[in-house]
Ligand binder design. Structure first.
Ligand code: KG4
Ligand code: ZN
Length: 364
């Protein structure tokens, strides 16, 4: 049995978790900072790192307590050390190093984006028998606030990036669309809920699929189309674009219709790209044997529904995380670290916090 403590602080969630054997979540504590950033309509890095500092120790203590364990019984300490906001990352990385050094435990740094693809393998302790084991090669999709990446996963550890967004990430597009529609922060869950009252066919918003064989994504055209639909076409005043309307000039139903049309566009593009990637890999004799999805946007109700439908059509098992493991959490960090732990990969106390990701070209 291997017990790993995971620590995550890359953005605005301070999180710690204890995971057994890479799959079974014994505790998963997430202290969200949404209340602190809501009034600014986005994450303020200074506020985020300060809040991490205040919360990291109690969050780690709670994770150990809930798992009914203590530091001495851990096999390793894992931390998401890239990518993210540098001030935020530093708090988690420093905490992990302090524990690893003082208790003489191995330290394992984990790529946060890669860890999102492990979230679908996690189960709570009372469902330990049902931990899914995906078959490889697998097609991987990370849809989060910072990334929209497609991967060919050769096994748990090795991954090739085969597509990514050329502008906004899917979650970022959701957050910006929610601001335009006057919904709160973070926008993704609010827009998802709100769109249920709207008609997705009410507006023809664009679906940017790029070149016929492209596995990349683009959401900026959709964002602009939504901007014009909400606020009207702008007129120029010098260098400034001036809009005649705001979301307050629309009825509740008009806003819900636009939300539904936006959601339909994002999800259709994502599922189209998944199918395109599947076919492309199959044509190259690397047909995926499962589909693994992760990241905050994998909590989206329509995406979950359509991905499962796609899997049925392609006869492909689909692995989507339970809702509690979609958005940023430390269970996925501890879970994925197990792959590195069993491969005897360790980091030194010189482990760096790195703002920009490695895009996982090297897998880990
Ligand atoms: O993975 P995550 O927690 O953080 C990053 O690594 O970026 O993803 C956060 C993103 C936010 O943009 C949030 O609006 C989006 O995930 N999100 C959703 C939903 N729940 C969270 N987007 C669409 N529908 C949802 N239900
Ligand atoms: Zn994330």
């Amino acid at each position: 049995m291997t017990l790993i403590l995971g620590i995550e602080s890359s953005c605005d969630e301070t999180a710690a978790a204890v995971v057994r054997d890479g799959r079974v979540v014994l505790s998963n504590i997430v202290a969200s900072q949404h209340d602190l950033h809501g009034q600014y309509g986005g994450v303020v890095p200074e506020i985020a790192s300060r809040a991490h500092l205040e919360r990291i120790s109690p969050v780690i203590t709670e994770a150990l307590d809930q798992a009914n364990t203590d530091i001495s019984r851990l096999d390793a300490v894992a931390v998401g050390n890239r990518p993210g906001l540098i001030g935020s990352l530093l708090v988690g990385v420093s905490a992990a190093k302090a524990i690893a050094w003082s208790a003489n435990k191995p330290l394992i740094g984990v790529d946060h984006v890669r860890a999102h693809l492990h979230a679908a393998m996690l189960v709570p302790a009372d469902q330990a028998q049902q931990a899914p084991a995906p078959t490889f090669p697998a097609l991987g999709l990370v849809v989060s606030g910072g990334h929209t990446n497609l991967y060919l996963l050769h096994d748990q550890g090795r991954a090739d990036l085969i597509g990514k967004t050329i502008d906004d990430a899917a979650g970022e597009a959701y957050d910006k669309a929610a601001v335009l529609l006057g919904l709160g922060f973070p926008g993704g869950p609010a827009l998802d809920r709100f769109s249920k009252h709207g008609d997705p066919k009410s507006h023809k918003l664009p679906r940017s699929t790029l070149a016929p064989d492209s596995l990349d994504f683009s959401f900026s055209g959709l964002k602009t189309a939504l901007l014009y639909s909400v606020r009207g076409k702008p007129t120029r005043r010098g260098k400034r674009a001036v809009f005649t309307r705001s979301h307050e000039d629309l009825t509740e139903q008009q806003r819900a219709d636009l939300a539904a049309a936006f959601q339909a566009s994002v999800v259709e593009v994502i599922t189209l790209k998944l199918e395109r990637a599947y076919k492309k890999l199959a044509a190259e004799a690397q047909a995926p044997r499962s589909l693994i999805i992760g990241g905050g946007v994998s909590a989206n109700s329509l995406l979950r529904e359509r991905a499962i439908k796609l899997g049925k059509r392609l006869d492909l098992p689909v692995h989507i995380p339970a809702l509690s493991y979609c958005v940023d959490n430390a269970a996925m960090i501890a879970g994925y670290a197990h792959t590195r732990y069993t491969a005897s990969e360790r980091d030194g106390l010189d482990l760096a916090a790195v703002a920009v990701g490695t895009d996982m070209a090297a897998g880990r």
